[in-house]
Design a protein around this ligand. Structure first.
Ligand SMILES: [Zn+2]
Length: 309
């Protein structure tokens, strides 16, 4: 652990403005120093400023991080089967929701940007997608490869990938990125026309975030550098000409999938196949349902955003 990490002052990564106001300070778990969480006065993005330098950030994602011994105690990717099952159930819920709303279905080429140890890769592969994972953390990539998945170590905006994909997934990743615009641009270029980009991240506009303020569990200012809302996520995606952007709370998706019997805890059987097959067959009805539910954007703590190229 470094006692005095290097910090860098940054402009708003969405609009470039240098005008922001301090919301609060919060101490990190790893470097044990206070960080300032600010809100951009022009676009509303909430972000850490000053933040750790790129070099200090790289140190965060060592082997200990994946054991839950780094800046984020709940990132317990090696904590055993129960934890892996939960992560896979979450990954399945995100993907099934996207299938329901967008009509995507395997076989399709899918890239998981920030694939970690490969839970989404396993879920998507089992559903029939042709998957590729990308992650900047070498330890995560080696674990994903050990599980038999094709994974590249690097950053999508730097490695210049020549393949095209029908679906790009980025779960719990965009908040970690020092340069979200560059990565979203790289995803846009990597998608086939009509391809879908699926994002999961915390929702700073949620009731939970507002109630808990600095105690909200998503505020981990060493590694979580930006905190998005439906509004700022829309601003980010519209800069890259996505033609349809659908944000809704993860908890709403869970409720709908639970109703439909598609979101099942590990080992739990499907209880409501009829509703799921109805929604599956009546795509317009499921879209209308999600559009209606998306108006409850402050519900829950996390946000799923679907964007079409
Ligand atoms: Zn801004």
């Amino acid at each position: 652990m470094q006692p005095n990490p290097e910090l860098v002052g940054v402009s708003c990564s969405l609009c470039g403005s240098n005008h922001h106001r301090l919301l609060f300070k919060k101490r990190g778990n790893f470097y044990k120093i206070p960080f300032c969480i600010v809100r951009c006065m022009r676009c509303g993005l909430v972000f850490v400023n000053p933040r750790l330098s790129d070099k200090a950030i790289t140190v965060l994602y060592d082997d200990d991080y994946f054991k839950g011994e780094g800046f984020d105690p709940i990132a317990r990717y090696e904590a055993g089967e129960a934890n892996a099952l939960q992560k896979k159930a979450e990954a399945a819920a995100v993907l099934r929701t996207a299938e329901l709303v967008t009509g995507i279905s395997p076989p399709m080429k899918l890239v998981d940007v920030g694939c970690g140890v490969g839970n989404m890769l396993e879920v998507a592969s089992n559903l029939g997608y042709d998957v590729l994972g990308i992650d900047a953390a070498a330890h995560a990539v080696s674990m994903a490869r050990r599980r038999g998945f094709n994974a590249i170590c690097g950053k999508l905006d730097e490695i210049g990938i020549d393949r095209k994909f029908d679906v790009a997934v980025m779960t719990e990743t965009v908040e970690h990125l020092p340069n979200p615009k560059q990565v979203v641009d790289a995803v846009h270029r990597a998608l086939n026309p009509g391809g879908w980009f699926i994002i999961l991240t915390g929702n700073v506009a949620s009731l939970e975030a507002r109630l808990f303020s600095s105690s909200w569990e998503y505020f981990k200012p060493e590694g979580h550098l930006s905190y998005f809302s439906p509004s700022t996520m829309g601003l980010l995606l519209r800069q890259f000409s996505y033609v349809r952007i659908i944000p809704f709370p993860r908890e709403v998706a869970r409720a709908v999938l639970r109703l439909a019997g598609a979101f099942r805890a590990p080992g739990q059987g499907s209880s409501n196949k009829g509703v799921f097959s109805f929604l599956g067959r009546h795509r317009l009805a499921s879209r209308m349902l999600f559009n209606l539910l998306s108006s409850f954007e402050s519900a829950g703590s996390a946000l799923i955003v679907l964007a079409r190229k």
